[in-house]
Design a protein around this ligand. Sequence first.
Ligand code: HEM
Length: 505
Amino acid sequence: MLTKQVYFLSRRTYCSVVNLASDIKNARPFSEIPKISFLKVARGNLPGGKYYKKSMREIQQLFYEEYGSIMTIPPMLGRPQFVITYNPEDFETVFRVEGNWPVRFGIESLSYYRTTKRPEIYGDLGSLFVSHGEKWSQMRSIANPILMQPKTIKRYLTQIDNIAKEFIELMRKIRNEKSEMPGDFSNYINTWSLESVTAVGLERRLNLFDENTKDENAKKLIKGIRDFFEMTVEYDGKASIWKYYQTKGFKELLNVYDTLTDVIMYYIDLAMKEMNEENSSSDTEDSVLRKLLRADKRVAVVVVSDLMLAGVDTTASATLNTLYCLAKNPDKQEILRQELIEILPDKNTKLTPEKIRNLPYLRAVIKESFRTLPIVSGNARMTTKDVVLSGFHVPANTHVGMQPLFAMQDDKFYPNAKQFLPERWLREQTEGCPRAGVSNPFTFLPFGFGARSCIGKRIAELELETLLTNIIRNFKVEWHYPDMKIKSTFVNIPESEMRFKIIDV
Ligand code: HEM
């Protein structure tokens, strides 16, 4: 029963794909999808080649220009064949048939490490990040009620707000005589992100803002997470020979995994020791870590590792990108500040769930920043049924990479797409401002879709909203340098020195 695409427009979204077998019969054959040849990719990756040392985003752009909105990449060095599509109508088709256990081809080096190098910990356990099928589902069923409950996450608001307020003091301390942030401000934001995620996942303050108290394990954790993102893009994001021959670089990646595992085990053991020693109060009983440990210590290690790997650079980049958008659009920054002054007439007041409940402009700003400067480059799923994508028949069990970047910046889907217009996301329409996402909501899925969507969404939103509220309530943020450059790995990270100028308000 596949695919006659009929869209029912509702107030906020549209649905759904009506599938007809006749569409498959009438579709063009799979073999006619434009192909990227193995030789072309291999040659392009050599020094001097078209794709040599190019970021994922640049490679996407080159593919799009050369092959159009859909193409296939042949199986290569142990990686399966992939269909790549830039067409949002295809995204809906693929997501609608993802089934109960969606498969997202991903970081295979991490699965390899976990199953072959540290089976005593990870052995038979699945992982949120990299497993598939029943093992992923078992882990997700344990983690969902713990991490997706607004109540559980909100209990961290005070802690996350304290961390944000300490970060504001740090910003005051590190600004130079021109009132600018240092060139490595991204690293500071990264430490804020790790400090916040460990406060939730490990129930622990690492005190990363204080050079004197920062312990060796915390330093290893920061470096390990950054290395993970930079190295996996080479070994998992691109064709690599590691499945046949383990190069020095790949062995270094395995060492990074080892370090991360050991450090996380260390902190979990420490937390367990402290929990056993203290009299448990009803408040701590509720914590994420306690709930995970109640399931099993190894489950806690896997879930906390996944949260660390997926939750630090993503939230850090989202914060930097949003600050950059606000600095480049001072009028929008001012509207946001007025909203924040209403809930925080005194900027030192502590945030409460009531205060942050009604912040529509802040949420619209974050969405618009995700649209203009996306955090992840795309998403992927394996089809569970035969489908029609961009008019071609794509059989079941095909891996499909979905790239929304160009749609999000297309006037067809987002009128005046080049402009930063948070108003397009507000429920109450602003006169003269186009509405976002009406023509196709599948163009905008910053946290993914369905059963496999980002499990850290609520944590990320809490962290982002809390820090941005504190920064914009305390400082006018300005940008006086050429446009920011992006380094595109699995996550799009600012490459430029983020020398924001901050002025107390
Ligand atoms: C702005 C910040 C973030 C963005 C934009 C983001 C985005 C995403 C996306 C697009 C996915 C793939 C979803 C899919 O396949 O449909 C994902 C998965 C995931 N994210 Fe996030 N994420 C963010 C922050 C976080 C945080 C803070 C954590 C943890 C504390 C986290 C943990 C995870 C995990 C564990 C997965 C894998 C889930 C699974 O496959 O079951 N993320 N994220």
